[in-house]
Write a protein that binds this ligand. Structure first.
Ligand SMILES: NC(=O)c1ccc[n+]([C@@H]2O[C@H](COP(=O)([O-])OP(=O)(O)OC[C@H]3O[C@@H](n4cnc5c(N)ncnc54)[C@H](O)[C@@H]3O)[C@@H](O)[C@H]2O)c1
Ligand SMILES: [Zn+2]
Length: 369
């Protein structure tokens, strides 16, 4: 087992990574509890695979538990899902010193985290992420949210978990497409500030996606350590450090909005294409070598991730796509900060480019095919 810490003073917490940890989780949870009781929240896809094992591991430490299984899918991260979960927690007699366990992907993690930030004015929660995206990104950092009519993640809070437990073997049941979407976020850490890790991804990404357990473990540990460092340096995104995690996300957001946040294009798939666009936009503006942008596109294409507008299934004009970007919640005083790059592993935040420049770029032919 590997262990690292998210260093946030009094709110610091450990991240444990290890194959088979799910069956051993009770031992790590027990010391945190004021009374031997926990509540587990999961979804309909995850429960049949892992709920019994997690419960048995708590039982082995004499921790009693109850569980709530919510519908799988993004629509659970909603007012209705939040109402159902918070009412259930109250009904279960949750106390402020209790710990709620989020067993699932980013949907369950975000929803449980938010519920735990408001129920009885805040109780504890533990992240047990079961998607690659959640293991390398959403389970760490304390951003919690639900979606509302006007957009995704618009209602939420910063609320850090008390513990993150990552068992990479849970990925064996994850659909290949979801694994690929999470892998895009792994590649992102290389592109942000770690060219060596991007090169590692080029050499090992295919093996990871084919199920190689060493590659999987290495990628998760490296990614989550990067995320932990960035969160510790800029917990609330008040400097430009945590914003770098949005590399590829502004372009990706436009693609997701255009495809209706649907199964047509998963978040990580949109991020893959968005990272290619961010590199190509940087190259087109003389910031980044064209060869670096080509490397990013070629690697993502080689693992069957979207790497152009066409492969992302998007075929509308640049102005319409740029208009989607204008609705991004990161817009500050009418300006959209973009994450651009000077080359692989050299990303930075800038407000130097207007949406008209982005629209003109998106109409250019090289990125359309
Ligand atoms: N809080 C953050 O910092 C942050 C960061 C990135 C993304 N997010 C949020 O995360 C969400 C996306 O997360 P996600 O990609 O994990 O989606 P998800 O939670 O919907 O999981 C994807 C699918 O895989 C299923 N699943 C999960 N684990 C499984 C397993 N081990 N075996 C089989 N099936 C499994 C789920 O039921 C679901 O159908 C979005 O709502 C996004 O906004 C949050
Ligand atoms: Zn993302």
């Amino acid at each position: 087992m590997e262990s690292l810490t998210v260093d946030l003073g009094a709110r610091s917490y450990p991240i444990l990574i290890g194959d088979g940890l799910l069956r051993d989780i009770g031992r790590h949870v027990a010391p945190l509890l004021k009374r031997p009781r926990a509540m587990i929240v999961t979804d309909t896809n995850v429960a049949p695979h892992y709920l019994v094992a997690l419960g048995a591991s708590l039982g082995a430490e004499n921790i009693s538990f109850s569980s709530l299984v919510l519908s799988a899918g993004e629509s659970t991260k909603s007012w209705a899902g939040l109402a159902r979960l918070t009412e259930w927690l109250i009904g279960e007699g949750v106390e402020r010193s209790d710990h709620v366990i989020a067993l699932g992907g980013g949907v369950i993690g975000d929803l449980v985290g938010f519920a735990c930030s408001i129920v009885k004015r805040g109780c504890h929660f533990i992240q047990v992420p079961t998607t690659l995206l959640a293991q390398v990104d959403s389970s760490v950092g304390g951003k919690t949210a639900i979606n509302v009519e006007a957009g995704k993640n618009l209602i939420g809070a910063f609320h850090q978990p008390a513990l993150v437990v990552i068992d990479p073997t849970t990925l064996t049941t994850l659909p290949r497409r979801e694994l690929g979407a999470g892998y895009a976020e792994v590649v992102k850490y290389g592109l942000i500030d770690d060219a060596d890790f991007f090169a590692w991804c080029e050499a090992n990404g295919a093996a990871l996606l084919a199920g190689d357990s060493d590659a999987r473990h290495r990628a998760i540990a490296h990614s989550v350590a990067a995320k932990a460092r960035i969160v510790a340096a800029d917990e609330r995104e008040t400097q430009d450090i945590r914003a770098l995690l949005n590399l590829g996300h502004s372009f990706g957001h436009a693609l997701e909005a255009e495809t209706g946040y649907s199964d047509r294009l998963l978040h990580g798939e949109a991020v893959a294409a968005g990272m290619v666009l961010a590199h190509q936009f940087s190259a087109a503006n003389g910031l980044c070598p064209a060869a670096d942008a080509d490397r990013v596109r070629d690697h993502l294409a080689s693992v069957d991730l979207p790497h152009s507008l066409a492969s992302a299934g998007v075929n509308i004009g640049g102005a319409a796509l740029a208009a989607h970007m204008a609705h991004d919640k990161k817009v500050r005083g009418g300006k959209l900060p973009l994450i651009l790059t000077r080359g692989i592993g050299r990303s930075f935040v800038t407000e130097d480019y207007g949406l008209d420049a982005v629209a003109a770029f998106l109409d250019g032919s090289p990125i359309r095919s």
